[in-house]
Every structure is written in C-alpha cells, then in structure tokens.
Design a binder for this molecule. Structure first.
Ligand SMILES: [Fe+2]
Length: 493
C-alpha cells in the first residue's frame, strides 16, 4: 500500500468527547488520505471497474448547544477499482460553511436539534434557514461529476469523482437550494431533483439535462411546509410526496422546528409527467417514508416501492435523557420500518398497498440497470437496535419473498451498499455489492466486495483502508466509462 497524508482539518472537538455520535464508530476524521494499491484479502474481481463514493457527516466543532448526527460536515470517500487493484481518497467537501467555520474555529450555524436563533451568523442555508450547507447527506454522479447534497436543502457541490477536489457549486440550483436524493437517470442522462421550503408553494421539482443545464422547474403546491426526503421516477413520471409528518406551523412562528405525525391525515403522492407540470395526487394510508427503492409503470398502474414507517413518531421516552429522545427517530425498530409497495392506479385514481417484508430494513438499493423498470431484488440494511448503525445487508427477493442476509459481524458496521452489474451479466443479481465498514474490534475499516448472487457467502475481497473511518450512510457507484481521465490510472493527488 502506497499511503500519504495530504490534508488535515482543524478540529475543536474535546479530547474527552462523550457524544454518542462523535465517538465509537462515529468518531470523526480530520485526516485526508491518498492511498494507492491497497492491501487486499481475497481477490478484487478483474471486471470491477469504477468508483464507489460515500458521503458522511463528519463534525469538527462542537455544536453551539446540541449536536445531532445529521449536522456534521460532509466528507466523501472514494474507492476506485481497476484491473484488480484499488485506490482510496477521502476529502472534506469545501462548502462555504465548512471553510468559514475552519477560519472561525467554531460552529457558526444552528443544527437541527437547535433553534435557528442559536446561530452566530444571520445567514445560512436549509429549509428552516440559518443552517450550514453541510453537503453531507447524499452523493450521486451526473454528467461526469460527483454532486454532494444536504437533506435540508442547500447548494449542490460539484466534486471530481476521482480526486474528490471540490470544484464549485451547481450553477443551475434554484434559490431554495436542492434537497438530498437527486436522481440521476442513466438512460436519459437527466438529473431529477426537488427543493422544499417553509414558504409557499413549499415544494418544487426540476430536471437538469445531460448538458448540465436546467431544462424544467415547476411548483408542486402543498398545504404547508413539509419534510420530503426522497422522490422516485418511472420512465414517464416523477413521483413526489406529502406525508403527514411535518413541522408545526404554530411552532415555526415561534422559531421552533419540531416534527409531528398526524395520523388523521393521508399520505399523498404527486405524479407528474417528468417534463410536465400537471399534477395528479394519490392518497394512501398515513405514514412517513425516508427512502424509496424503485418505481415503474405496469399497465394502468405505477408501482412504487420504499420503506414504510409503521410508527413515524415513536413514543417519547421521557426521563431517559435528551439523546434517547432525539435518537428514537433513528431506530428502525422504534419506527417499525419495513419494505412496502404502493400501486397507484392511473385510471381509477386509487392506491393499493402491500407489505413486502416484515423485517425491519432501510437504505435499499437495486441493480441500476433496473431503475424505473420491473425488477426482482432489493438489497437493504439491517440496523443495530437503537442505533444509526448498519449491522448487515439483506437481499429481498420480491418475486418469492425469500431473504438472504450477510451480517458484518459483532461491532462491525457497513454503509449503504451499491450494486455493480457485471459486464455481460445474465441475470439481475449477476452483480457485485460494494460497501465500506467500520470495524470496532480490529480498529480498522475495509471496503467489501460481495457477490450479489451469493450474498451470505461473505466477501470476495476485503480491501484495507489506511484509517478507521467514521460510520456513514449514502453512497453511489459510477462505472469507469462514465469518468473522464479514468484510463490514465489512479489520480495523482
Ligand atoms: Fe437519505
């Protein structure tokens, strides 16, 4: 392994930090690495060709009052695979907010567990305002560049997908910023996105073309401020949502942001032509959905799959302390999150619902060749009970109902996996799964490559990273063929 430290961020976190999401598997990093020819246990498949990119919240300053695990600065990791070898880089996303706080040596904006009024700066980003543009939530690749995003809406940052150098912001982003979970459609080269705010019309939807220019932007008027986190698309439609878990307007007027579930209100799905403005609304049973896995058209119906929360607002564990109250919204078993299917009938306007699995899972991924198409498999994460930590991966067979699981091991935690179809693959699961782990026993991190058809056999390759990295969530894969300069070998920085 050829390793070099190329950067260090200023951290003002205390040496005796005891925050549950800044210690243990969530211990943040300050070091930026360049590592080539990584050590491998097993064998990297010679046909695995491209990059796995993962974003993470990685805080470097204490919060003004109370840190929430979704507040940290964005740090992106890349593991690149070519000719049976792998390289690694990690870089902070150089957002305006990150750079200003590096200069100031302290937090300048409010986190989501804090009132905006605690922010030291009057400006800021986010639907609720006065937050940092952390760009820490999600990452996709569009038009040859990686785009990092923030779940409360902010600037989209453009990164070189090989070096992770921050190149700037997306020029086309509307004034509300852009939510996490932009959708890159590999077939059309388009990027679908949404933005939300606390002012009418509360939700907007847009499309960016393969030329990286905005080609469509339309209002999706809602009855009030909402908290959409994800969207879905089919070949012809975009699907947005209005779930009955949202900020209380009366509290917003007092400068407080607390989400409440309203079980008396329906869930609503907005279906729009991908480049149109005509909205059809469909009503379903009340719930909240953080992530969708896929959607496709079938006869008169749109089939929409995602993770339904059986209990979007778990009971308040009064007396157990502020962390337990805050973190109940991160525990799949507390929120009773299971894989679900909604069938939206375009002829009758009705919705049929079906539970696809009783197992508590989230963060589902599919073979990208089946996006917006009928498909069979979803690969989703299981969680350490009570913790925002992924302890295994489950392959859901939607045709037979069968499940196959690989557990990372006691106190070993993964990231969102990506599915990498094998070139010339003959079936949907003729593919690799790639993820990053944080191993608390061995005090190290690895990149795992698994065979999607034989998940429970365990990794084909374990690739050692130079440092134990913080646990993290959203990830994406980009094939080498989509990356400029890929065939010149690992990046020089
Ligand atoms: Fe997300």
């Amino acid at each position: 392994m050829d390793v070099e430290i190329v950067g260090r961020a200023l951290s003002t976190l205390p040496a005796d930090d005891d925050h549950p999401y800044r210690t243990g598997p969530w211990r943040p990093q300050t070091t930026e690495w360049k590592a080539d020819d990584l050590e491998v246990v097993g064998e990297i498949p010679a046909d695995l060709d491209g990059v796995y990119l993962r974003n993470t919240e990685n805080p470097v300053h204490p919060a003004t009052k109370l840190y929430h695990p979704f507040d940290g600065d964005g740090m992106v990791h890349v593991v690149g695979f070519r000719d049976g070898k792998a390289f690694y880089r990690n870089r902070f996303v150089r957002t305006d907010g990150f750079l200003a706080e590096q200069e100031a040596g302290e937090s300048l904006w409010a986190g989501i567990a804090e009132r905006p009024s605690v922010a030291k700066r009057a400006d800021g980003w986010g639907a609720r305002t006065r937050m940092k543009d952390a760009s820490s939530t999600d990452i996709v690749v569009h038009a040859g560049q990686a785009l990092s995003s923030f779940w409360q809406c902010g600037d989209l940052y453009r990164l070189d997908p090989l070096t992770l150098e921050t190149l700037g912001k997306s020029a086309w982003a509307p004034d509300w910023g852009v939510s996490a979970h932009t959708k890159a459609d590999e077939r059309t080269g388009e990027l679908l996105f949404f933005s939300y705010a606390t002012e009418a019309p509360y939700l907007r939807y847009g499309v960016v073309g393969p030329d990286n220019r905005l080609k469509h932007l339309t209002d999706v008027p809602l009855p009030g401020p909402r908290l959409p986190h994800d969207m879905a698309f089919t070949e012809n439609y975009a699907i947005l949502n209005d779930f009955p878990l949202f900020w209380d307007q009366r509290l917003i007027d007092q400068g407080k942001y607390a989400s409440r579930f309203h079980p008396d209100l329906p869930s609503r799905f907005a279906v729009l032509p991908r480049l149109g403005s005509e909205i059809r609304w469909f009503e379903a049973d009340p719930t909240y959905v953080l992530h969708f896995t896929n959607a496709y058209e079938e006869g008169d119906e749109i089939v929409l799959d995602g993770f339904r929360q059986g209990c979007p607002e778990p009971p308040d564990p009064r007396g157990e302390g502020v962390y337990q109250r805050m973190f109940r919204f991160l525990a799949l078993e507390r929120m009773q999150v299971t894989l679900w299917r909604w069938r939206l009938n375009l002829t009758t306007g009705r919705v049929k619902e079906e539970q696809l699995s009783e197992r508590y899972t989230e963060f589902g991924v599919i073979n990208p060749d089946t996006a917006a198409r009928p498909y069979r498999y979803t690969y989703a994460a299981t969680q350490k009970p009570g913790w925002f930590l992924m302890d295994g991966i489950v392959k859901h067979d939607l045709l037979t109902g069968a499940q196959e699981r690989y557990a990372y091991g006691d106190e070993v935690f993964g990231s969102e996996a990506t599915v990498v179809p094998r070139a010339g693959g003959t079936s949907e699961d003729d593919a690799y799964l790639v993820t990053l782990t944080t191993d608390m026993n061995a005090d190290r991190s690895e990149c795992l490559v698994l065979d999607a058809a034989r998940l429970s056999d365990g990794p084909l390759a374990r690739i050692r990273l130079p440092e134990r990295i913080s646990s993290g969530t959203h990830a994406t894969w980009a094939p080498g063929s989509a990356l400029r300069g890929w065939h010149e070998g690992p990046p020089t920085v």
